[in-house]
Write a protein that binds this ligand. Sequence first.
Ligand SMILES: O=S(=O)([O-])[S-]
Length: 320
Amino acid sequence: MSQKRLVDCQWLADQVTKGAVNQEGLRVLDCTFKPGPKLDPTEFKSTYYGQWEKLMEKPSEHTIDFSKSHIPGAVHANIDVAMYPGDTERFALYPPQLFEEYIQRLGVNQGDHIVLYDRGMNGGMMFAAKFWWLFKTYGHDNVSILNGGFHAWQKGNNPVSSEVVQLPKGDWKANLRSGLNVTFEELTTKQEDGRDLIDKADEVNFLDARKKEQFHGEEETGLNPKTVNGSHIPGFINVPVNQLVDSNGLLKSPADIKAFASSKGFREGKPIITCCNLGIQASLLTFALSLVDEQYPLRLYNGSLKEMEIRAPQRISAKE
Ligand SMILES: O=S(=O)([O-])[S-]
C-alpha cells in the first residue's frame, strides 16, 4: 500500500480496479465543500455541537454534489461537521474524543491509509488539505491527497459512482498533537525577548497563502473595512497557493514549490506559520511545503485573519 503523501489518479484507479478501496486498509474521503455563512456559535452549540446524526443529515450543496458523483467507494467528509463555528474561529477544533466519533462514523479504522480529494478551487485539493491537517493534528499520519482532485480523476476518464456506501463504524482513535496549530494566544504572547511571537518576522516565516488580490485588498476577503485598516498582517509575506497549482490543476513539484516560496521571501531553516482568511488556503500551502521537506517546522494559524479581525483588528493593516 502506497504511503506517499501525494498520490496520482493512476495509482488510485489501480486500487479501485483491484477492489482495494474499503477492503485493504484503504479509505477514500471526498472532502468537497461549498463554504456558507457562519452559523451563530451559541445557537450551533445548543442545536448541533457534536450531534452527528443531525449534522450528517443536514442538507448542503456539497453533500448533493458528492451524492451525484464521486470516486467509487468514497465517503463524504464534511468540514462543517468535522469542525464547528467557534466564537472567534469559523472552523474550530472539536476536542479529540468528539472528532474521533465523527471519523469513526465515516468508517475509518486505526492504521487505515486515507486518501483525500475534493473538487473546486486549487486543483480540488484545498479542502482535502484541511482534512490532511486535521488528521495530522489528531495524530494520524498515513494520509495522502489525490493530485488534481476530482477534476483530474474525471479528466482521466476514471470511473465515477453515485452509490453512497455505508461503512460499519470504524475503530479510529484520535491522539491530539500540539504544535501543528498556532493559536491567537500564542501569537500574541510575549517571548523571552519581550516581543510577541507575531512580531518576530525576523525569526519566523510568516506566510499568507491567499491570492495576491486578497492579500493586497483588491478582492473581497470577508474582512470588514470598518473594522480593519487593510487586508493583511504586517510581517506576513504573500505566497499565493493558487500559483502552486499548474494549468492542469496538479500541484507543482517540490522543487518548484520551494523555488516559488523562496522567490517570495521564504527562508530555509526558520519555523513556518501559515495563514489565510479562515484557515483553508493555508492548509494547502502547509501541505505543499511539507512535500518539500517533511521536517519543516510547520504550523497553521487556524483562526487566521477572520479571528484576528475579531480579537486584534489593529494588527490588520495595509503596511508591509
Ligand atoms: O480559504 S480561506 O480560508 O482563505 S476562505
